[in-house]
Design a protein around this ligand. Structure first.
Ligand code: ZN
Length: 284
């Protein structure tokens, strides 16, 4: 049976599942060089940062994009430096605005999977964007819960810059987790000032450099941006933040989400959040 995309909702649990049969044809690793390097399949011309529609979209109607952070194949997010990270942030903001203007887009999710452990099939530094026609369940719950940074929880603060903070969550489901947020509320990328973007760039570079210093090697991580839905009204309290998590519980050792956790949706975290924060503070 050939189905390109179908959204199903589990009748008992309400879990949303996108059935995307065509994605199985997606190549795991390109056979002819890196498609993201200059001159490659997706990036024929020289660039600093660059976006293009995903050739293998998880959802149809031009809702999936790829964002290249740099033409340097061996770079990492933090090696871009503040100036390079700023270009990525500006592009994220531009795409959020452009996609968010569409009548059929309610939520723009910017994210990155880094490392084969979390499913990144191409090593070249890049992220992705999904533009949903609804506000996804987890974002809805987080917004309804009134998420904002806890500036009082000093033992979980990992990095403190002037206007931005990175803290380990109170109850993280991943062994390594931080939430990056502005100390004063900002709703989304497009509404960030020049100074906001500069501050965010510096914070991301700092945090991700510390992540790689933890085990003195590149660490697999997932990073995603939580921002205000792009619907016309509501969500006025949305507080922009970025979650960065890693499945590693020690160097090269993956923590698996296993039967009891899947069954119960209750998690067992082998790392103490306050210890993780202290360790990240030391790595500055
Ligand atoms: Zn490359």
């Amino acid at each position: 049976m050939q189905r390109s995309h179908e959204t199903r909702v589990d009748p008992a649990l309400g879990t949303v599942v996108h059935v995307v049969g065509t994605r199985q044809k997606r190549p795991n690793l390109p056979s002819t060089g890196c498609p993201f390097c200059v001159g490659g399949l997706e990036a024929p011309d020289p660039y600093d940062v660059y976006w293009f529609p995903n050739r293998w979209p998880a959802i149809p109607d031009d809702r999936c994009e790829v964002v290249l952070y740099t033409s340097d194949h061996d770079a990492t997010f933090f090696s871009l430096g503040v100036a390079g990270a700023r270009k990525v942030i500006d592009l994220w903001a531009d795409r959020t605005e452009a996609l968010g203007k569409r009548e059929d887009v309610d939520y723009v999710l910017v994210f990155e999977n880094r490392g084969p452990e979390v499913g990144a099939t191409i090593a070249h530094p890049h992220g992705q964007i999904y533009a949903y026609d609804h506000v996804p369940t987890r974002q809805k719950r987080r917004l309804a819960g009134g998420w904002k940074p806890d500036l009082e929880a000093v033992d979980r603060i990992a990095v403190d810059h002037d206007a931005w903070i990175a803290a380990v969550p109170f109850a993280p489901t991943f062994p390594l987790a931080v939430e990056v947020a502005p100390k004063q509320r900002i709703a989304d990328l497009p509404s960030m000032s020049d100074a906001d973007r500069q501050g965010l760039a510096a914070m991301l570079v700092d945090v991700l450099a510390r992540f790689d210093r933890l085990y003195e090697q590149p660490i697999p991580y997932m990073m995603w941006l939580n921002q205000r839905p792009t619907v016309r009204e509501g969500y006025d309290d949305a507080w922009f933040n970025i979650e960065i998590v890693s499945p590693w519980r020690s160097a090269g050792v993956q923590r698996f989400i296993a039967a009891a956790e899947v069954a119960s949706e209750e998690y067992f975290n082998p790392l103490v959040p306050e210890d993780v924060a202290a360790r990240l503070r030391e790595l500055g």
